[in-house]
Ligand binder design. Structure first.
Ligand code: COA
Ligand code: AMP
Length: 630
């Protein structure tokens, strides 16, 4: 089948297309109706079905003879550990953990927060929740206690499952003090916690609240899978929006199963039994979809890699993992490749390994710059597929359908719309623009199965953030264009979200922290270009009148405030003190203009600017930080 035929088959009968894909899922009660549009523009897929995610990701593979196949390969250069877990073992582990959670009172619909590093137990915790119909919310380990507290208050979990620590190169990150601080700060208190003690750091447990991962499973009855309705929330994953309050993206159970399963062959071109590796983190959507759920649902082997592209121990680590575990398709963020390229520009280290098992490299999460793509193609000698999607969608919107028909790669484009997505570029009035013209990227409603039906506890925010600007469309928050061949190009975000080393962050959230500093009267945080991480946040702060404290002291304080409240992952290290910020006459801060100045890009002086002279002051202030050098 060609891509054109595939896309046309979806266009002609969208519901029939997804009903066909639904046949690959094992249902307790199969869906009779694909789409429920009765509450449009809110949609539900497969709502009349009954199903269990864990059954599809684990049990059915054991029942179908895959019990001895590796489900998870854990490869951890930071702890010097390698371990393989078969599907049969995974089933035992997950049923036992689910049994322990149930014995403590976890039932269908209860929320459970998971705060764990890249260990197989993180996947087991996710699957144990799925087994019970409990709704997990995984929080990335690089977030600070405050961010965890915000999520505890929003998700109101009955339990929190955490690791005692994570391991970053050169330091052990103790999770337990962060967890304790978050629970102390949150208004909502979980009934209990389960702590996985790691050899690198043993956490003190709070009597009556905290249970040891192994002790809590002693003598419990393994839990069976609990059927849930097709539109039951499988999980909540918080992601950055415009304000400091993260958005709780809800993932619907049945659509998630159907859509993810379909992508494994059509996009990632793997067959059941093949080894698939996504080098990301379970705290991000890539980790949810392509470390945990999709490969397991599809009967693949997934690699859980606890390490970094460089420094654990060197820039050859990725090649070693691909060779050693026979990886067929590999997915990571461009920033990881930029790091390897910087360390080993000639790609000399790859010569020590045989990566002929690999068929393709997939990049997403941030803009893939042409240099990096070309470098990866050259040293790896496999096709490099950029593809574009978001936490909200859970699977690719625009990609190269390599398992159906590998389309020619146009460097700079993540290729073409996948079935399920009618992607349009719109002008400000919401009208589709001509090919080659820049505009806001939107997707015609309804979105396909598996995409977010709403935001947790925030239906109004869902409608306002995504469905209001362009009625009848989902607003992606990205801007770009489509060329004459239907290839999409992503150029920029239209909101205050930035992408730092593939991590999605809110400049608005950082501004809220800066603005709370007693000496700061006004501030702006912008995303400036960075060769390694794609973007970095940079704060511009105006001090209160009369403040005579040394600027360096205040700068230090705001940097540590962002690290303490958002976490090290924000990578907030650049701050300039300025007398005033450029604004329009109506008082809007000209952030985009400051980004252009910082990155030495041409820009048109905004017609509404209040006082153009301020731009020179900004340029001067940015230069000591290595920006706006002209
Ligand atoms: N737990 C605790 N801290 C974490 C963490 C975690 N899970 N992940 C990152 N951090 C910390 C880092 O230690 C670092 O702290 P520091 O300021 O004390 O050095 C900070 O957060 C920033 O981390 P990171 O963005 O990873 O930068 P880095 O300089 O340590 O490493 C790369 C640079 C390119 C090697 C790294 O960013 C990388 O591997 N990126 C791949 C991105 C990726 O997989 N994205 C997922 C989306 S698909
Ligand atoms: P996240 O929700 O963390 O996956 O981030 C989604 C955002 O990352 C998108 O809205 C884009 O802004 C950006 N993004 C993801 N993939 C790509 C890509 N292939 N090219 C450019 N930007 C991307």
């Amino acid at each position: 089948m060609s891509y054109a035929d595939l896309y046309a088959s979806w266009q002609q009968d969208p519901e029939g297309f997804w009903m066909d894909q639904a046949k690959a899922i094992d249902w307790v009660k199969a869906p009779e109706k694909a789409l429920d549009a009765s509450a449009a523009p809110l949609y539900r897929w497969f709502a009349d079905s009954q199903v269990n995610t864990c059954y599809n990701a684990v049990d059915r593979h054991v029942a179908n003879g895959r019990g001895d196949q590796a489900a998870i390969i854990y490869d951890s250069p930071v702890t010097d550990t390698k371990r393989t877990i078969t599907y049969a073992q995974l089933l035992d582990n997950v049923a036992s953990l689910a049994g322990a959670l149930r014995a403590q009172g976890i039932e269908k619909g209860d929320r459970v927060i998971i705060y764990m590093p890249m260990v197989p137990e993180a996947l087991e915790a996710m699957l144990a929740c799925a087994r019970l119909g409990a709704v997990h919310s995984v929080v990335f380990g690089g977030f600070a206690a405050h961010e965890l507290a915000v999520r505890i208050d929003d998700a109101t979990p009955k339990a929190i499952i955490a690791g005692s620590c994570g391991i970053e190169p050169g330091r052990v990150v103790k999770y337990k003090p962060l967890l304790d601080a978050a629970i102390a700060e949150a208004r909502h208190k979980p009934d209990f916690c389960v702590i996985l003690q790691r050899d690198q750091c043993h956490a003190d447990l709070v009597a009556g609240r905290d249970h040891d991962w192994h002790a809590i499973q002693q003598d419990v009855t393994p839990a069976a899978c609990v059927p849930v309705a097709g539109d039951h929330p499988a999980y909540i994953l918080y992601t950055s929006g415009t304000t400091g309050a993260p958005k709780g993206v809800v993932r619907p159970t049945a659509g998630h199963l159907v859509a993810l399963n379909w992508t494994m062959k059509a996009i990632y071109n793997v067959d059941p039994g093949d080894v698939f590796w996504a080098a990301s983190d379970v705290g991000w959507v890539v980790g949810h979809s392509y470390i945990c759920y999709a490969p397991l649902i599809h009967g693949n082997t997934t690699v859980v890699f606890e390490g970094k592209p460089i420094g654990t121990p060197d820039a050859g680590t990725f090649w070693r993992v691909i060779q050693e575990h026979n990886v067929r398709s590999f997915f990571t963020a461009p920033t990881a490749f930029r790091a390897i390229k910087r360390e080993d520009p000639q790609g000399a280290m790859i010569k020590d390994y045989d990566i002929s098992c690999l068929r393709a490299l997939y990049l997403a999460g941030e803009r893939a710059d042409p240099d990096t793509i070309e470098w990866a193609q050259r040293v790896m000698n496999v096709p490099v597929y950029d593809h574009w999607w978001q936490t909200e969608t859970g699977f690719p919107i625009v990609a190269n359908p390599a398992g159906v028909e590998a389309l020619p790669v146009k460097i700079g484009s993540p290729t073409v719309a996948m079935p399920g997505y009618d992607v349009q570029v719109l002008d400000e009035a919401g009208h589709p623009v001509a090919p080659g013209t820049l505009g806001a990227i939107a997707v015609k409603l309804p979105l396909p199965p598996g995409t977010l039906p709403t935001l947790w506890n925030a239906e109004d925010r869902f409608v306002k953030s995504y469905l209001t600007t362009f009625p009848g469309y989902y607003e992606t928050g990205d801007a770009g264009m489509i060329d004459d061949d239907g290839y999409l190009y992503i150029m920029a975000r239209t909101d205050d979200v930035i992408n730092v080393a593939g991590h999605r962050l809110s400049t608005g959230a950082m501004e809220e922290i800066l603005a709370a500093h007693p000496d700061i009267g006004e501030c702006a945080v912008i995303g400036v270009g960075d060769e390694l991480k794609g973007q970095l946040p940079l704060g511009l702060v105006c001090l209160n009148k009369g403040c005579d404290r040394p600027h360096a002291e205040i700068v230090k304080e705001v940097i540590s405030a962002v690290r303490d409240q958002i976490g090290p992952v924000a990578a907030f290290k650049l701050v300039a003190v300025v007398d005033r910020l450029p604004k329009t006459r109506s008082g809007k801060i000209l952030r985009a203009t400051m980004v252009k100045i910082a990155d030495n890009q041409d820009f048109k002086l905004p017609a509404t600017i209040d006082d153009p002279a301020i731009l020179d002051e900004i340029r001067t202030a940015l230069q000591p930080l290595g920006y706006a050098k002209g």
